[in-house]
Design a protein around this ligand. Structure first.
Ligand code: HMG
Ligand code: MG
Length: 339
């Protein structure tokens, strides 16, 4: 049944790794992405075109994009890869790479047409494998303090800078995701972030052409009642659940409870990082994203279909946490591998 389908957006290669102090080899990042692609995950956030002075770990994202465009990455399902771009500098860096491989990816229009026909482009055209589609992600904040720390500018300036990024991405056949960070608590302004402000931002970003709004509980301060109140406020403002994705960090262990609230609200897209990797460099004390293993197990237990092979993801969680020397943060992952 269509209604039972949920999309997991695997953000491990970006959010999961961006905060690591020690430089992770390019080969390890590519290995991680290729392993994830074989598990049935359909969406993978693979890097960020941000300033290398601000987030050095993401500085080889161009090479990752180039690799994805040059190789046929084996997968069970058509893939979408996402990259962050906070400004036109980042978008132009990405755009130059796409321009070198104009036929190596599906545009959003092609992807939508093949989805409507119930076929992959590979089936329609008789090619060997289906080409990936791509998404550019801009990232706004729901508070001025977080906007300043994360983007070095105020909220209005950030929105103005996103406009040409969104335009260029759409012109290039790319999907656009727009994050709003700190929607349920800000490390600098506290837990009571104004939901009406979030609703206004979401409306603005959708009007600017974003295909999806990802609501970031950057600090993990969200609780079930406040998640419910936020989503109710968004709905009153006319923001539909199908235009939303939830991006929970699990700092307070509330991510799955909040996931249940969002699911009841009608949201069907959830971000997660394998092994519970992650943290935002501009959110002191915030821990990783909710673990992909935990989200898959939880959603499947409710009768939802993620299309993701839990055992395969659990193996990757054990491997990558070992590889980067981080504690394994997924309860389900550890139980599945018998650790
Ligand atoms: P700035 O220093 O104000 O930028 O940084 P600027 O425009 O003044 O330029 C200064 C220099 O940076 C120039 O170089 C630019 O070319 C260069 P110079 O002339 O000095 O040699 N530059 C760039 N280089 C590469 N890529 C770029 C870029 N832009 C300028 N895109 C900027 C402003 C936005 C760039 C900076 O603040 C930045 O990179 N911020 C990104 C921070 C970040 O990546 N945070 C983590 C991701 S967001 C997150 O984790 C939250 C999320 O997970 C959701 C949630 O959990 O809530 C998404
Ligand atoms: Mg995050």
């Amino acid at each position: 049944h269509l209604d039972n389908r949920v999309k997991i957006v695997e953000v491990g290669p970006r959010d999961g790794l961006q905060n690591e102090k020690k430089s992770i080899p390019l080969a390890t990042k590519i290995d991680l992405i290729e392993r994830l692609a074989r598990t049935g995950l359909s969406s993978i956030e693979a890097g960020a075109f941000v300033s290398p002075k601000w987030v050095p770990q993401m500085s080889n994202s161009g090479q990752i994009l180039e690799h994805i465009l040059q190789r046929d990455i084996p997968s069970r399902t058509p893939l979408t890869f996402s990259f962050l771009a906070p400004n036109i500098t980042g978008m132009n860096d990405a755009g130059a790479i796409f321009a070198r491989h104009p036929t190596a990816f599906e545009t959003e229009t092609q992807r939508a047409a093949s989805a409507a026909a119930g076929k992959t482009t590979a089936e329609t055209t008789g090619q060997a494998g289906s080409k990936p589609a791509f998404e550019i992600a801009v990232f706004a904040a729901a508070t001025e303090s977080f906007s300043q720390r994360n983007l070095n500018c105020d909220m209005a300036t950030a929105l103005a800078r996103f406009a040409p990024v969104i335009q260029a991405a759409k012109d290039g056949g790319l999907r656009v995701r727009a994050y709003i960070s700190v929607v349920l608590g800000c490390p600098f302004e506290g837990r009571d972030v104004d939901p009406h402000r979030v609703a206004e931002l979401a409306t603005d970003l959708l009007e600017m052409g974003a295909d999806e709004i990802a609501l970031g509980d950057t600090t993990g301060m969200g609780t079930a009642p406040r998640t419910r109140a936020l989503l109710a406020c968004l709905r009153s403002a006319g923001v539909l659940p199908e235009d939303l994705a939830m991006h929970f960090h699990d700092t307070y262990g509330q991510a799955l409870v909040n996931t249940a609230v969002a699911l009841e609200h009608g949201i069907r897209t959830f971000d997660a990082a394998v092994g519970g990797l992650g943290g935002c460099p501009y959110s002191p004390g915030a821990t990783g994203n909710v673990a992909t293993e935990d989200v898959v197990y939880f959603l499947e237990s409710l009768g939802m279909r993620t299309g993701v092979d839990l055992d395969a993801v659990a193996d990757i969680g054990a491997w990558i946490t070992r590889e980067v020397g981080k504690p394994h943060e997924s309860s389900v992952g550890k139980a599945v591998i018998g650790a």
